[in-house]
Write a protein that binds this ligand. Sequence first.
Ligand SMILES: *[C@@H]1O[C@H](CO)[C@@H](O)[C@H](O)[C@H]1NC(C)=O
Ligand SMILES: *[C@@H]1O[C@H](CO)[C@@H](O)[C@H](O)[C@H]1NC(C)=O
Ligand SMILES: *[C@@H]1O[C@H](CO)[C@@H](O)[C@H](O)[C@H]1NC(C)=O
Ligand SMILES: *[C@@H]1O[C@H](CO)[C@@H](O)[C@H](O)[C@H]1NC(C)=O
Ligand SMILES: *[C@@H]1O[C@H](CO)[C@@H](O)[C@H](O)[C@H]1NC(C)=O
Ligand SMILES: *[C@@H]1O[C@H](CO)[C@@H](O)[C@H](O)[C@H]1NC(C)=O
Ligand SMILES: *[C@@H]1O[C@H](CO)[C@@H](O)[C@H](O)[C@H]1NC(C)=O
Length: 265
Amino acid sequence: MLFASLASLLLSALPVKSVVVPQAAVSDHIFANPVAVPTGQNVTIAGVNTYVSLPKGDFDKSRAVVILMDVFGFGKTDNFTDTWADAGFAAYMPDYLLGDPLPQDNSVPADIWLVNHTEAITTPPLLAVLDALKVQGVYQIGVSGYCFGGLYATRLTQNNTVAVATMAHPSFLDIPDDYELVKAQSHVPVQINSAEFDTGLTPALADEIDQVMVGYVPGYNHTAFAGVGHGFAVSANASDPVQVAAKEGAFNISSNWIRSHFDSN
Ligand SMILES: *[C@@H]1O[C@H](CO)[C@@H](O)[C@H](O)[C@H]1NC(C)=O
Ligand SMILES: *[C@@H]1O[C@H](CO)[C@@H](O)[C@H](O)[C@H]1NC(C)=O
Ligand SMILES: *[C@@H]1O[C@H](CO)[C@@H](O)[C@H](O)[C@H]1NC(C)=O
Ligand SMILES: *[C@@H]1O[C@H](CO)[C@@H](O)[C@H](O)[C@H]1NC(C)=O
Ligand SMILES: *[C@@H]1O[C@H](CO)[C@@H](O)[C@H](O)[C@H]1NC(C)=O
Ligand SMILES: *[C@@H]1O[C@H](CO)[C@@H](O)[C@H](O)[C@H]1NC(C)=O
Ligand SMILES: *[C@@H]1O[C@H](CO)[C@@H](O)[C@H](O)[C@H]1NC(C)=O
Protein backbone atom coordinates (compact mmCIF):
# COMPACT_ATOMS: atom_id res chain seq x y z
CA MET A 1 0.00 0.00 0.00
CA LEU A 2 2.60 2.48 1.16
CA PHE A 3 5.03 1.29 -1.50
CA ALA A 4 2.36 1.60 -4.15
CA SER A 5 1.51 5.18 -3.26
CA LEU A 6 5.20 6.09 -2.96
CA ALA A 7 5.82 4.59 -6.38
CA SER A 8 2.97 6.51 -7.94
CA LEU A 9 4.17 9.72 -6.28
CA LEU A 10 7.65 9.15 -7.72
CA LEU A 11 6.26 8.31 -11.13
CA SER A 12 4.09 11.39 -11.28
CA ALA A 13 7.12 13.52 -10.38
CA LEU A 14 9.14 12.18 -13.29
CA PRO A 15 9.06 14.11 -16.57
CA VAL A 16 6.79 12.37 -19.09
CA LYS A 17 8.84 10.50 -21.64
CA SER A 18 7.79 11.39 -25.15
CA VAL A 19 6.85 8.59 -27.53
CA VAL A 20 6.79 8.71 -31.31
CA VAL A 21 3.66 6.92 -32.47
CA PRO A 22 4.80 4.16 -34.82
CA GLN A 23 3.29 3.46 -38.19
CA ALA A 24 1.15 0.35 -37.64
CA ALA A 25 2.44 -2.68 -39.56
CA VAL A 26 0.91 -3.20 -42.99
CA SER A 27 -0.64 -6.42 -41.66
CA ASP A 28 -2.37 -4.46 -38.86
CA HIS A 29 -4.36 -2.32 -41.29
CA ILE A 30 -7.96 -2.74 -42.18
CA PHE A 31 -8.09 -2.89 -45.97
CA ALA A 32 -11.29 -2.65 -47.92
CA ASN A 33 -11.70 -4.64 -51.08
CA PRO A 34 -13.66 -2.01 -52.94
CA VAL A 35 -14.60 -2.03 -56.56
CA ALA A 36 -14.57 1.69 -56.04
CA VAL A 37 -15.34 3.96 -58.95
CA PRO A 38 -14.05 7.49 -58.27
CA THR A 39 -16.34 10.28 -59.42
CA GLY A 40 -13.77 13.09 -59.20
CA GLN A 41 -10.67 13.68 -61.26
CA ASN A 42 -6.98 14.38 -60.97
CA VAL A 43 -5.96 17.98 -61.50
CA THR A 44 -2.45 19.41 -61.32
CA ILE A 45 -2.45 22.16 -58.70
CA ALA A 46 0.81 24.05 -58.11
CA GLY A 47 2.57 21.22 -59.91
CA VAL A 48 1.10 18.59 -57.59
CA ASN A 49 -1.23 15.84 -58.79
CA THR A 50 -4.40 16.40 -56.76
CA TYR A 51 -7.58 14.36 -56.73
CA VAL A 52 -10.51 16.80 -56.79
CA SER A 53 -14.07 15.81 -55.99
CA LEU A 54 -16.71 18.54 -55.96
CA PRO A 55 -20.30 18.44 -54.69
CA LYS A 56 -22.87 17.88 -57.42
CA GLY A 57 -25.02 20.88 -56.58
CA ASP A 58 -24.15 24.42 -55.63
CA PHE A 59 -21.49 24.82 -52.94
CA ASP A 60 -19.57 27.50 -51.08
CA LYS A 61 -16.41 28.13 -53.12
CA SER A 62 -14.71 29.85 -50.20
CA ARG A 63 -14.42 26.58 -48.25
CA ALA A 64 -12.75 23.27 -48.91
CA VAL A 65 -11.62 20.12 -47.20
CA VAL A 66 -8.13 18.79 -47.84
CA ILE A 67 -7.80 15.05 -47.36
CA LEU A 68 -4.35 13.86 -46.30
CA MET A 69 -4.07 10.25 -47.20
CA ASP A 70 -2.29 7.40 -45.50
CA VAL A 71 0.95 5.80 -46.70
CA PHE A 72 -0.93 3.77 -49.32
CA GLY A 73 -1.89 6.86 -51.24
CA PHE A 74 -4.61 7.52 -53.78
CA GLY A 75 -5.84 4.04 -54.61
CA LYS A 76 -7.76 3.38 -51.41
CA THR A 77 -8.75 6.94 -50.76
CA ASP A 78 -10.10 8.53 -53.94
CA ASN A 79 -13.53 6.98 -53.58
CA PHE A 80 -13.38 7.86 -49.86
CA THR A 81 -12.76 11.49 -50.83
CA ASP A 82 -15.97 11.34 -52.89
CA THR A 83 -17.85 10.71 -49.65
CA TRP A 84 -16.79 14.19 -48.56
CA ALA A 85 -18.01 15.71 -51.83
CA ASP A 86 -21.32 13.87 -51.41
CA ALA A 87 -21.63 15.51 -47.99
CA GLY A 88 -21.32 18.95 -49.60
CA PHE A 89 -17.60 19.71 -49.28
CA ALA A 90 -15.26 20.64 -52.11
CA ALA A 91 -12.66 17.94 -51.45
CA TYR A 92 -9.01 17.99 -52.50
CA MET A 93 -6.52 15.20 -51.97
CA PRO A 94 -3.00 16.34 -52.89
CA ASP A 95 -0.53 13.59 -53.74
CA TYR A 96 2.08 14.63 -51.22
CA LEU A 97 3.56 11.11 -51.63
CA LEU A 98 4.61 12.33 -55.10
CA GLY A 99 3.42 9.24 -56.93
CA ASP A 100 5.29 6.90 -54.60
CA PRO A 101 2.91 5.26 -52.11
CA LEU A 102 3.97 2.38 -49.86
CA PRO A 103 3.21 -0.89 -51.66
CA GLN A 104 0.57 -2.91 -49.82
CA ASP A 105 2.32 -6.17 -50.56
CA ASN A 106 5.14 -5.56 -48.05
CA SER A 107 7.68 -5.48 -50.89
CA VAL A 108 9.26 -2.30 -49.50
CA PRO A 109 9.91 -2.03 -45.76
CA ALA A 110 8.22 1.08 -44.29
CA ASP A 111 11.48 2.44 -42.86
CA ILE A 112 13.12 2.35 -46.31
CA TRP A 113 10.07 3.98 -47.90
CA LEU A 114 10.07 6.72 -45.26
CA VAL A 115 13.52 7.94 -46.33
CA ASN A 116 11.88 9.52 -49.39
CA HIS A 117 8.83 10.74 -47.43
CA THR A 118 10.28 12.83 -44.67
CA GLU A 119 8.58 16.01 -43.56
CA ALA A 120 11.21 18.01 -45.45
CA ILE A 121 10.14 16.28 -48.69
CA THR A 122 6.41 16.00 -48.09
CA THR A 123 5.59 19.41 -46.61
CA PRO A 124 6.48 21.68 -49.59
CA PRO A 125 4.04 20.07 -52.10
CA LEU A 126 1.33 20.06 -49.45
CA LEU A 127 1.81 23.74 -48.63
CA ALA A 128 1.98 24.59 -52.35
CA VAL A 129 -1.50 23.14 -52.86
CA LEU A 130 -2.91 24.91 -49.79
CA ASP A 131 -1.43 28.22 -50.98
CA ALA A 132 -2.89 27.73 -54.46
CA LEU A 133 -6.33 27.07 -52.99
CA LYS A 134 -6.09 30.24 -50.89
CA VAL A 135 -5.10 32.23 -53.98
CA GLN A 136 -8.22 30.81 -55.71
CA GLY A 137 -10.33 32.32 -52.91
CA VAL A 138 -10.68 29.30 -50.64
CA TYR A 139 -10.42 31.21 -47.39
CA GLN A 140 -11.40 28.44 -45.03
CA ILE A 141 -9.63 25.12 -45.32
CA GLY A 142 -10.48 22.13 -43.16
CA VAL A 143 -8.00 19.29 -43.09
CA SER A 144 -8.73 15.63 -42.49
CA GLY A 145 -5.68 13.38 -42.08
CA TYR A 146 -5.48 9.61 -41.94
CA CYS A 147 -2.57 7.67 -40.37
CA PHE A 148 0.52 9.28 -42.00
CA GLY A 149 -1.75 12.23 -42.86
CA GLY A 150 -2.54 12.71 -39.16
CA LEU A 151 0.98 13.98 -38.59
CA TYR A 152 0.47 16.64 -41.25
CA ALA A 153 -2.99 17.52 -39.96
CA THR A 154 -1.29 18.10 -36.60
CA ARG A 155 1.51 20.19 -38.15
CA LEU A 156 -1.02 22.38 -39.99
CA THR A 157 -2.85 22.79 -36.69
CA GLN A 158 0.33 23.75 -34.85
CA ASN A 159 1.14 26.29 -37.56
CA ASN A 160 -2.43 27.68 -37.74
CA THR A 161 -2.42 27.05 -41.49
CA VAL A 162 -5.97 25.69 -41.60
CA ALA A 163 -9.27 26.74 -40.04
CA VAL A 164 -10.20 23.37 -38.56
CA ALA A 165 -8.68 19.89 -38.34
CA THR A 166 -9.74 16.29 -37.92
CA MET A 167 -7.74 13.11 -38.09
CA ALA A 168 -8.05 9.39 -37.56
CA HIS A 169 -5.49 6.93 -36.21
CA PRO A 170 -2.59 9.38 -36.69
CA SER A 171 0.97 8.03 -36.89
CA PHE A 172 4.44 9.55 -36.26
CA LEU A 173 3.21 12.06 -33.67
CA ASP A 174 5.50 12.79 -30.79
CA ILE A 175 3.33 12.42 -27.69
CA PRO A 176 2.87 14.46 -25.59
CA ASP A 177 5.18 17.07 -27.17
CA ASP A 178 3.25 17.59 -30.41
CA TYR A 179 0.01 18.28 -28.54
CA GLU A 180 1.71 20.47 -25.97
CA LEU A 181 2.76 22.56 -28.96
CA VAL A 182 -0.83 22.57 -30.28
CA LYS A 183 -2.08 23.69 -26.90
CA ALA A 184 0.58 26.38 -26.61
CA GLN A 185 0.26 28.01 -30.00
CA SER A 186 -2.79 26.90 -31.97
CA HIS A 187 -6.24 28.39 -32.40
CA VAL A 188 -7.45 25.52 -34.60
CA PRO A 189 -10.30 23.30 -33.32
CA VAL A 190 -9.08 19.70 -33.56
CA GLN A 191 -10.87 16.36 -33.55
CA ILE A 192 -9.31 12.86 -33.33
CA ASN A 193 -10.84 9.44 -34.02
CA SER A 194 -8.95 6.51 -32.56
CA ALA A 195 -9.29 2.73 -32.74
CA GLU A 196 -9.29 0.22 -29.91
CA PHE A 197 -6.89 -2.14 -31.68
CA ASP A 198 -4.57 0.45 -33.23
CA THR A 199 -0.99 -0.69 -32.62
CA GLY A 200 0.25 2.82 -33.44
CA LEU A 201 -1.90 5.34 -31.57
CA THR A 202 -2.85 2.94 -28.79
CA PRO A 203 -5.69 3.85 -26.41
CA ALA A 204 -3.07 4.75 -23.78
CA LEU A 205 -1.37 7.23 -26.13
CA ALA A 206 -4.73 8.70 -27.16
CA ASP A 207 -5.49 9.20 -23.45
CA GLU A 208 -2.24 11.12 -23.10
CA ILE A 209 -3.31 13.51 -25.84
CA ASP A 210 -6.63 13.96 -24.01
CA GLN A 211 -4.82 14.89 -20.82
CA VAL A 212 -2.74 17.50 -22.62
CA MET A 213 -5.80 18.95 -24.37
CA VAL A 214 -7.93 19.47 -21.26
CA GLY A 215 -9.06 23.10 -21.35
CA TYR A 216 -8.01 23.72 -24.98
CA VAL A 217 -10.15 26.74 -25.78
CA PRO A 218 -10.51 26.51 -29.61
CA GLY A 219 -12.19 23.10 -29.22
CA TYR A 220 -11.13 19.48 -28.93
CA ASN A 221 -12.92 16.18 -29.40
CA HIS A 222 -11.55 12.66 -29.23
CA THR A 223 -13.82 9.77 -30.10
CA ALA A 224 -12.59 6.22 -29.51
CA PHE A 225 -14.08 3.44 -31.65
CA ALA A 226 -14.34 -0.05 -30.16
CA GLY A 227 -13.71 -3.25 -32.07
CA VAL A 228 -11.69 -1.76 -34.94
CA GLY A 229 -8.03 -1.35 -35.85
CA HIS A 230 -5.67 0.99 -37.65
CA GLY A 231 -7.05 2.31 -40.93
CA PHE A 232 -10.70 1.86 -39.94
CA ALA A 233 -11.75 5.39 -40.89
CA VAL A 234 -10.55 4.89 -44.48
CA SER A 235 -11.40 1.26 -45.13
CA ALA A 236 -13.98 -1.14 -43.78
CA ASN A 237 -14.71 -4.75 -44.55
CA ALA A 238 -18.20 -4.45 -46.02
CA SER A 239 -19.20 -7.78 -44.43
CA ASP A 240 -18.27 -6.62 -40.94
CA PRO A 241 -21.01 -4.41 -39.45
CA VAL A 242 -18.73 -3.16 -36.64
CA GLN A 243 -16.19 -1.87 -39.15
CA VAL A 244 -18.85 -0.39 -41.42
CA ALA A 245 -20.50 1.49 -38.54
CA ALA A 246 -17.16 2.73 -37.18
CA LYS A 247 -16.04 4.06 -40.55
CA GLU A 248 -19.38 5.82 -41.05
CA GLY A 249 -19.40 7.09 -37.47
CA ALA A 250 -15.89 8.52 -37.82
CA PHE A 251 -16.87 10.21 -41.07
CA ASN A 252 -19.99 11.68 -39.47
CA ILE A 253 -18.12 13.08 -36.49
CA SER A 254 -15.24 14.53 -38.48
CA SER A 255 -17.43 16.01 -41.23
CA ASN A 256 -19.81 17.53 -38.65
CA TRP A 257 -16.81 18.90 -36.77
CA ILE A 258 -15.49 20.65 -39.87
CA ARG A 259 -18.92 21.90 -40.93
CA SER A 260 -19.78 23.35 -37.54
CA HIS A 261 -16.42 25.08 -37.18
CA PHE A 262 -16.68 26.54 -40.68
CA ASP A 263 -20.09 27.85 -39.75
CA SER A 264 -18.90 29.41 -36.53
CA ASN A 265 -16.13 31.37 -38.27
C1 LIG B 1 -17.51 4.23 -54.02
O1 LIG B 1 -17.52 3.16 -54.94
C2 LIG B 1 -18.54 2.19 -54.68
C3 LIG B 1 -18.37 1.05 -55.65
O2 LIG B 1 -18.45 1.53 -56.96
C4 LIG B 1 -19.92 2.86 -54.81
O3 LIG B 1 -20.92 1.94 -54.47
C5 LIG B 1 -19.99 4.04 -53.84
O4 LIG B 1 -21.20 4.73 -54.04
C6 LIG B 1 -18.83 5.00 -54.10
N1 LIG B 1 -18.87 6.05 -53.09
C7 LIG B 1 -18.97 7.33 -53.42
C8 LIG B 1 -19.08 8.28 -52.28
O5 LIG B 1 -18.96 7.73 -54.57
C1 LIG C 1 -5.17 9.92 -59.87
O1 LIG C 1 -3.76 9.69 -59.80
C2 LIG C 1 -3.40 8.57 -59.00
C3 LIG C 1 -1.90 8.54 -58.89
O2 LIG C 1 -1.32 8.52 -60.13
C4 LIG C 1 -3.98 7.31 -59.61
O3 LIG C 1 -3.67 6.20 -58.77
C5 LIG C 1 -5.49 7.45 -59.68
O4 LIG C 1 -6.04 6.31 -60.32
C6 LIG C 1 -5.87 8.69 -60.45
N1 LIG C 1 -7.31 8.88 -60.32
C7 LIG C 1 -8.08 9.22 -61.33
C8 LIG C 1 -9.53 9.38 -61.03
O5 LIG C 1 -7.65 9.42 -62.44
C1 LIG D 1 14.53 7.75 -53.09
O1 LIG D 1 14.55 8.71 -54.12
C2 LIG D 1 15.75 8.67 -54.88
C3 LIG D 1 15.72 9.85 -55.83
O2 LIG D 1 14.55 9.84 -56.61
C4 LIG D 1 15.84 7.33 -55.61
O3 LIG D 1 17.06 7.26 -56.32
C5 LIG D 1 15.82 6.22 -54.57
O4 LIG D 1 15.78 4.97 -55.21
C6 LIG D 1 14.58 6.35 -53.68
N1 LIG D 1 14.66 5.37 -52.60
C7 LIG D 1 13.67 4.51 -52.38
C8 LIG D 1 13.87 3.57 -51.23
O5 LIG D 1 12.65 4.46 -53.05
C1 LIG E 1 5.28 24.38 -39.62
O1 LIG E 1 6.20 25.34 -39.19
C2 LIG E 1 7.54 24.83 -39.04
C3 LIG E 1 8.37 25.92 -38.37
O2 LIG E 1 8.30 27.09 -39.12
C4 LIG E 1 8.04 24.43 -40.41
O3 LIG E 1 9.35 23.91 -40.31
C5 LIG E 1 7.14 23.36 -40.99
O4 LIG E 1 7.53 23.06 -42.31
C6 LIG E 1 5.70 23.82 -40.99
N1 LIG E 1 4.90 22.68 -41.35
C7 LIG E 1 3.77 22.77 -42.02
C8 LIG E 1 3.06 21.49 -42.36
O5 LIG E 1 3.32 23.85 -42.34
C1 LIG F 1 -17.09 14.05 -29.37
O1 LIG F 1 -18.05 14.26 -30.39
C2 LIG F 1 -19.05 13.24 -30.44
C3 LIG F 1 -19.91 13.52 -31.65
O2 LIG F 1 -20.39 14.82 -31.63
C4 LIG F 1 -19.86 13.27 -29.14
O3 LIG F 1 -20.82 12.22 -29.17
C5 LIG F 1 -18.91 13.05 -27.97
O4 LIG F 1 -19.62 13.20 -26.78
C6 LIG F 1 -17.79 14.07 -28.01
N1 LIG F 1 -16.83 13.70 -26.98
C7 LIG F 1 -16.44 14.53 -26.06
C8 LIG F 1 -15.46 13.99 -25.06
O5 LIG F 1 -16.83 15.68 -26.01
C1 LIG G 1 -14.65 -9.56 -43.69
O1 LIG G 1 -15.56 -9.86 -42.67
C2 LIG G 1 -16.14 -11.16 -42.82
C3 LIG G 1 -17.24 -11.25 -41.75
O2 LIG G 1 -16.72 -10.98 -40.48
C4 LIG G 1 -15.04 -12.20 -42.66
O3 LIG G 1 -15.59 -13.48 -42.85
C5 LIG G 1 -13.95 -11.95 -43.72
O4 LIG G 1 -12.88 -12.82 -43.51
C6 LIG G 1 -13.46 -10.53 -43.64
N1 LIG G 1 -12.56 -10.26 -44.74
C7 LIG G 1 -11.34 -9.77 -44.58
C8 LIG G 1 -10.55 -9.52 -45.83
O5 LIG G 1 -10.89 -9.53 -43.46
C1 LIG H 1 -24.13 9.04 -40.15
O1 LIG H 1 -24.95 10.11 -40.59
C2 LIG H 1 -25.95 9.68 -41.50
C3 LIG H 1 -26.60 10.94 -42.07
O2 LIG H 1 -26.99 11.79 -41.04
C4 LIG H 1 -26.92 8.78 -40.78
O3 LIG H 1 -27.91 8.32 -41.66
C5 LIG H 1 -26.13 7.58 -40.24
O4 LIG H 1 -26.98 6.76 -39.47
C6 LIG H 1 -24.97 8.02 -39.39
N1 LIG H 1 -24.17 6.85 -39.09
C7 LIG H 1 -23.55 6.64 -37.94
C8 LIG H 1 -22.84 5.34 -37.76
O5 LIG H 1 -23.53 7.48 -37.04
